[in-house]
Write a protein that binds this ligand. Structure first.
Ligand code: AMP
Ligand code: MG
Length: 339
């Protein structure tokens, strides 16, 4: 079992030396916990795929501690990228740009593009600086399962197969970064911790392509971020619970009638979407451990972070967005919601 150590100068130094030597370290970021390896070491990056049981077609985000680093990782930093970096880095925004030769193919799954992010979490930044290499890091969970927002979530899923877990407490944002492809027309590949509206205020309308037959992002797979228990998003307040079925409920705000449910988790006491995003994966982890037959979910308003929350919930349910209009789709997108 990997050692779980509280964040300190000493533990960060130890984690950095593990990364430099080709090992794997789970570490907190402001979004979710990442599973990090030296991005320039293809063998170390291969271990990430093994531990996560992640298919090799899924590229990994490279984490940096200085915006200037991206000049080395990609061929050209276009104007939109410069403006967005100035405005939103460090933070939960991942940018995809044409890659340079220094980035190993295994990191980008053979794609000509590389995804990069500068996290704002102080521990993540110190770890990258101390390791003195960019850190390739997907979320520190088994592929397709719920993302980890605490060190315990990491330990439960992959603790036996990695070298160290840096415990920095619960993550603040709670959903993964927003992934924006800037290698062509700006396209959101995954809604996330930075609201799409905030990006559009700076660079104008962007296309949104969240489910693809040929995913550029694993978050685009139709089923992802899933608990093991079946999950159903409610369309209205009506539902029938059959005799003997153990049902759980994921509610946006506190509910009065608790009786039909064996277990209830509330995303936010005050109906705050930021709080709801921060609690989302923890609540789902708790429900998944509750011995339930089904988890019913109350939808949240689809504005700001609500888009990222509903994206994760639909992927957890494993069906496509019923609101999508097929005439709006481009060649690659099964669900392409043009906003
Ligand atoms: P995760 O594995 O949960 O951290 O997610 C990382 C996200 O970044 C995934 O959705 C990746 O597919 C996406 N990503 C990483 N590299 C690329 C790339 N070169 N092009 C497009 N998306 C990428
Ligand atoms: Mg992930």
């Amino acid at each position: 079992m990997a050692e779980i150590v509280r964040v300190s100068k000493k533990s960060i130094k130890k984690a950095a030396s593990i990364i430099r030597e080709g090992g794997l370290v789970a570490f907190p970021t402001e979004t979710v916990y990442g599973l990090g390896a030296n991005a320039f070491n293809p063998v170390a990056v291969a271990k990430i795929f093994e531990v996560k049981r992640r298919p090799y077609f899924d590229p990994i985000i490279v984490h940096i501690a200085d915006p200037g680093e991206i000049g080395r990782l990609c061929l050209e930093v276009n104007n939109r990228a410069k403006i967005l970096i100035e405005r939103f880095w460090p933070g939960p925004l991942t940018l995809v740009l044409p890659k340079s030769d220094v980035v190993p193919d295994i990191v980008t799954a053979g794609l000509e593009t590389v995804a990069m992010r500068m996290p704002s979490h102080i521990t993540a930044l110190e770890l990258i600086r101390e390791a003195n290499v960019p850190i390739a890091a997907p979320s520190a969970n088994l592929f397709g399962y719920l993302s980890p927002t605490t060190a315990e979530h990491v330990a439960e899923q992959i603790g036996k197969e990695i070298d160290l877990i840096l415990d920095g407490g619960k993550t603040l944002v709670g959903v993964e970064s927003t992934v924006l492809d800037l290698s062509g027309e700006p396209t959101i590949l995954r809604p996330g911790g930075l609201p799409i509206e905030d990006i559009e205020k700076v660079i104008g309308k962007v296309e949104v392509c969240v489910i693809s037959q040929k995913p550029r992002s694993p978050g685009q797979l139709r089923r992802h971020y899933s608990p093991r228990t079946p999950l159903k998003i409610l369309k209205d307040k009506k539902f029938d619970i059959l005799e003997g079925v153990k049902a759980g409920f994921l509610s946006f705000t506190p509910i009065k009638n608790k009786s039909p449910f064996k277990k209830i988790e509330v995303l936010s006491a005050s109906g705050n979407l930021q709080e709801a995003a921060a609690n989302l994966f923890s609540c789902l982890h708790n429900l998944d451990k509750g011995g339930l037959d089904i988890i019913y979910v109350e939808p949240v308003p689809e504005i700001g972070l609500g888009k990222a929350i509903m994206d994760r919930l639909r992927k957890a349910e494993g069906i496509k967005n019923p609101g999508a209009n097929s005439s709006e789709l481009d060649n690659n997108c099964v669900l392409g919601v043009k906003s």
